[in-house]
Design a protein around this ligand. Structure first.
Ligand code: GLV
Ligand code: MN
Ligand code: MN
Length: 409
């Protein structure tokens, strides 16, 4: 295929997808994996890669790989960059897509340079990074690396009750192929993910770009309170076993427990009453807990404290209680040698730790991985207010190209 160099900017590429998956209720974007919006973004990525003369392969877990092969076709020790196109509900435009758009622009910049490359190059798009549809964050990279049992993954359900097996199958995946792919994994010699910064670190340092230092350990747990569904008008307050009250008290306990521990973050961002009616005492309330701390042992203690508090509250409210872990990711420090290479290629930009999870964190346990962060002057993410200045987006892509150039030779 003839090579066409589109020479678009990151801002222009981001503008091409700015109407895809807009959330009319929250604002921002809702692009769950395998939703029409996320599928449109995948099609956009494939088209962009093909316009650059690069063909896209889908791996057994639904990740897209655009390979810029060596003339020999040897993919050993490849340099890979990329991110994700799915979003949280009502998320910002940059979390994920900025890394993909920057990877495409970095690729264009690399091809304009006289580069005697010795390594194959690929741009990857991982599915379900946010875990906002099936509950487990970084599902694509977890499956690739074997960090999640494929049977467990296939049985995950979305909020409508569809299993991951059903949804993946309907989207063309062979469910028998879902799971670890040691051969593909072994081809990755280095993985570099560019991402919007999700705090104010770079604004405070007055710098547009940083190299990633570490990712805070984090996990997700599901809690269920079971009570007696009943009538809001005829049931006296003293006769109630109301799981909503048990959930509310537990959420308050989560805040108290996390506030008492330095550097802890604990969040309940999702709660689902069953059946959910204004004049109905719920029969069950499910809610999901996200806990993060730099020390994995402290995370375990925090989760144990929350578990015990919620169990006690359930008993006091006359409710049944269930507690289960959905995922756990230890604290990750990025590869020192790779990060140092990036640091010197980028003139020793700052090193920044992050509290957010990323596919690079999952891959870090298996292949040398690193990250590049781009300044977000709002400091806000997982929200429509997430923001990147156009000029910083272009600087980010140039920095990514510089970093990749240093690795490719
Ligand atoms: C993903 O962005 C996460 O940190 O949950
Ligand atoms: Mn995110
Ligand atoms: Mn992300």
């Amino acid at each position: 295929m003839p090579l066409e160099l589109p020479t678009l900017t990151v801002t222009e590429l981001m503008a091409q997808i700015s109407s895809t998956g807009q959330d009319p209720l929250r604002g921002g974007y809702t692009r769950p994996v395998y939703s029409p919006a996320e599928l449109d973004l995948r099609a956009w990525f494939i088209e962009q890669a093909e316009r650059r003369g690069v063909s896209v392969e889908q791996d057994g877990n639904g990740a897209l790989w655009a390979w810029w092969d060596l003339p020999s076709g040897d993919r050993t020790d490849a340099v890979v960059t990329g991110s994700h196109l799915d979003s949280v509900p009502g998320g910002g435009p940059f979390d994920g897509p900025l890394g993909v758009a920057s990877a495409l622009v970095a690729f264009d910049l690399l091809r304009e340079r006289p580069l005697n490359r010795t390594r194959a190059f690929a741009i990857v798009v991982f599915p379900e990074e946010e875990g906002s549809r099936f509950g487990v964050a970084c599902l694509g990279s977890r499956l690739l690396t074997g960090a999640i049992d494929p049977t467990k993954a296939l049985n995950l359900r979305d909020p409508d009750g569809n299993t991951f097996a059903d949804v993946a199958g309907k989207n063309g995946l062979d469910v028998r192929r879902i799971g670890p792919d040691p051969q593909l994994l072994s081809q990755i010699g280095a993985f570099v993910e560019l991402h919007v910064e999700q705090g104010l670190g770079l604004s405070e340092l007055d710098h547009p770009v940083a190299v990633g230092g570490s990712i805070l350990g984090h996990g997700r747990w599901k809690l269920s309170m079971r009570g007696q569904g009943n009538h809001a008008g005829t049931t006296l307050m003293r006769d109630r076993r109301d799981p909503m009250v048990a959930a509310a008290r537990s959420i308050s306990a989560v805040q108290q427990i996390a506030r008492a521990q330095d550097n802890a973050r604990a969040t309940v961002g999702r709660l689902q009453p069953v059946p959910g009616g204004t004049n109905v005492i719920a029969s069950r309330v499910d809610f999901w807990l996200d806990v993060r701390h730099p020390d994995d042992a402290v995370t375990a203690v925090l989760v144990q404290q929350i578990h015990e508090a919620a169990q006690r509250i359930a008993a006091e409210e006359g409710c049944g209680f269930e507690f289960s872990q959905e995922s756990l990711s230890p604290t990750v420090t990025f590869d020192a040698k790779l990060s140092a290479t990036l640091g010197s290629a980028l003139n020793n930009v700052p090193v920044l730790d992050t509290g957010a999870g990323h596919d690079a964190g999952v891959l870090a346990g298996h292949v040398p991985s690193a990250m590049v962060f781009v300044r977000n002057p709002s400091g806000i993410s997982h929200s429509p207010e997430e923001y990147v200045e156009d000029a910083d987006a272009e600087l980010g892509a140039q920095a990514l190209a510089d970093a990749l150039a240093a690795l490719l030779v």
